[in-house]
Structures are given as C-alpha cells and as structure tokens.
Design a protein. Structure first.
Length: 372
C-alpha cells in the first residue's frame, strides 16, 4: 500500500479539552447533556423545574391606607386588635421627595439616605411615616446600615445580650441609620419604631403577642440563604423567652417570582442550605407581545411551529422566607403576606432592579407603643 504523502494529523489532548468544554456549555444552555459514561444523555436537572408564565406568578397589588398627613402605607389585616402594637409597610407615595419622580408628579416617600435625595427631605419623610404609624412624628425610628447578613441588633438594654454578642442601646439620633451594620432589629422596649429599608428585598416583621416583643428583618437572597429570619426568631426566643406559638409574622412587599430572574449560582447557594430549595424556583417563559399578536411571522419548521422566549430561572423569595418562619415554629395561619411585586408595580413601590439601580427606599416598621 502506497504511503500517503499527506499523513493525517490529530490535535493534542490539551487542545481537545477546551473544545469539549465549550460544547458542554452549549449543551447546558440548551438544557441537555452529552452521553457520558455512567450517565444517560437527555434533559438535565436544570430543566425539571415547574414552568410558568410571568402572569401566572404575578401577585396582586395591595391596597394602601392613606394617613391624615398624606402618607400611603400598608397594614396587616387583623393586627389592629393588638392595641400595644404599631406596624406598617410604606409605599413610594405620599412624601416630599422629588429625586425619583417626574417634574409634574406629586412628591414621593423615599425613606433612604440615598445619594440622589436631600438628607433633610428624607428625615422629614421619616417623621411623616412615624406620625402615620404611631400617631407621633417624634417617635424614635431606629434603622440600620444593611449588609445582607444574618446579624441581628437588640435595641434597648436586655439581660444576656452582651454575652450573646449583640450590640445594645438606642442611637442618640432619633432617626438613625448610621453605625449599626446588620439586617435585623428586635426590642421589647416601648416607644421605639424599628425600621428595615427595601427596594426589592423582602421585609419581615415579627411580634410576640404574649411578651410584647417585636423584630424586623431584611431578607435579600443572600440574607435568606444565611437564614436571617430563622435565626432572628431563634434569638427572640433566647432573649425574650418567646414561644413560637405566640408569634405572628408579616412578609412585606418585595420583588415577586414573576420578575426575580436569577442565575444558576443562586440556585446552587440555596441547594447547599435547604432540602426544599428546588421548590422555591420556577422556569419562566417571557412572552413577546409582537410574537403573540403576529404568530405567523415567527413560524418555523420546528414543531409546534413557533416557541416562547426563555426559559429563565426565577426565585420566590416570599415563599423562601415563609418556609423559614415555619421552620422556626410559627403556625401557617400566623404568617401573613402583604402581596405585591416591587418590580411589576413601580407606580406603588420603589424597585432597585426595575429602575436599573436608581431608586428610593421604602421602610417597614414595627414597634411597641409607649405608655400614655
């Protein structure tokens, strides 16, 4: 046999592996795997989530109350029977700020000391909120520098707080967000309002009906993975002697599962912490309004002829924090969800994601009423 004058050459193994990895990444984006030894080819775990449309997952917008001073805020049905308890979730409506609204729009209720807004205007907004919720604009409002942690601050002197590693005391500034870096506040001291700032993350308020202690938690996805709410309820039990059967909780407005698209790294974080993690995620297909109205323009040879856009992986942060409250021992009937999606309903709420990072802050507050 005559030897070829052009012998075949083969790539080195070091050159093959990057090409295989690139193909694997392409398969992964399509939800497939190649046929590996000991592992069947086909649809991966990533494609086994329940599927839904954004419309199916969109929560209804809550109806706010309007205070005499014009502040619009949300309350929990049934909590008004606790005369010692004051609470509320602000909206973006009813304040004095003009940093995030149109020139011809009324002022807004930005409650965060953001770079775009005037500090004195925000301070006045906080006084208006305190007045709407407690009846007294001079009620001290304690806030935090939030850092997406599981750290909880105990406001007011309490036995054992120093040993447990928590800071104590109330800031001298009657409306402070400086100094304390944490994502939870708790107290049994009358006359204070505890405030949590949000613009997509989930605010959670908890109250002990028997011991008259309260707490507020800021739960973004990182704080949720760190179990800020579950740990916070545990700290209420240690500090105040709270029993789960005596606790009530409210989950405030945040970004809904309709809008909260996340990456696989977020899924991995949740799977590393919670056995039920996959129940918190859905695959969501976005619909294209042009494609919906003119489907014939998008006909192809693929069955069934045309397809939706997507999918993307969406996280239900409200359900994630409800699960933590249940894990902490609260009864399902004791947990209330206010509803609403900050990203969908930007006429009612501020949304960091929906506004590409330029947004004010809402505040969720809770407190024990002071003695008359």
């Amino acid at each position: 046999m005559r030897k070829s004058s052009h012998p075949e050459t083969y790539p080195e193994p070091a050159d093959i592996e990057p090409a295989i990895q690139a193909i694997d990444r392409m398969f992964e984006r399509a939800g497939l795997v190649r046929n590996l030894r000991g592992k069947a080819a086909g649809v991966t775990d990533r494609m086994r989530f329940e599927r839904a449309s954004r419309q199916e997952l969109m929560p209804a917008a809550p109806v706010p109350r309007i205070a005499q001073n014009g502040v619009e805020w949300l309350t929990v049905a049934g909590w008004e029977k606790f005369g010692w308890l004051c609470h509320g979730f602000s909206t973006r409506r009813g304040g004095l700020s003009r940093a995030y609204c149109a020139d011809d729009a009324p002022g807004e209720m930005n409650l965060g000391f953001t770079a775009e807004d005037d500090r004195q205007t925000v301070a006045e907004n906080r006084r208006l909120l305190a007045e709407a919720i407690s009846g007294d604009p001079s009620t001290p409002l304690v806030a935090l520098r939030q850092i997406h942690s599981s750290r909880v601050i105990h406001c007011g002197a309490a036995k054992g707080s120093r040993e447990l590693g928590w800071q104590t005391g109330v800031p001298s500034d009657r409306s402070s967000s400086q100094g304390w870096q944490a994502d939870g506040l708790m107290t049994d001291e009358p006359g204070l309002l505890l405030g949590i700032q949000t613009a997509d993350c989930i605010p959670v308020l908890v109250a002990d009906r028997k011991r008259r202690a309260v707490a507020a938690f800021h739960a973004g996805w990182r704080g949720t993975v760190k179990r800020i709410v579950e740990n916070g309820v545990g700290r209420m039990r240690l500090t105040f002697g709270s029993q789960p059967e005596d606790l009530i909780a409210a989950i405030g407005p945040g970004i809904g599962p309709c809008c909260y698209a996340v990456g696989d790294e977020t899924l991995s974080e949740f799977e590393s912490q919670f056995a039920y993690a996959r129940e918190l995620f859905r695959e969501v297909y976005d619909s294209d309004p042009v494609r919906t109205r003119y489907p014939m323009l998008f006909m192809t040879q693929r069955a069934p002829g045309h397809s939706e856009i997507g999918p993307s992986l969406h996280l239900n942060l409200v359900e994630a924090n409800r699960r933590q409250l249940l894990a902490a021992g609260l009864k399902p009937r004791a947990i209330h969800s206010i509803g609403g999606c900050t990203s969908c309903q930007r006429e009612l709420f501020f949304s960091h994601r929906g506004s590409q990072g330029r947004a004010g802050r809402m505040m969720s507050v809770i407190g024990v009423r002071g003695l008359p």
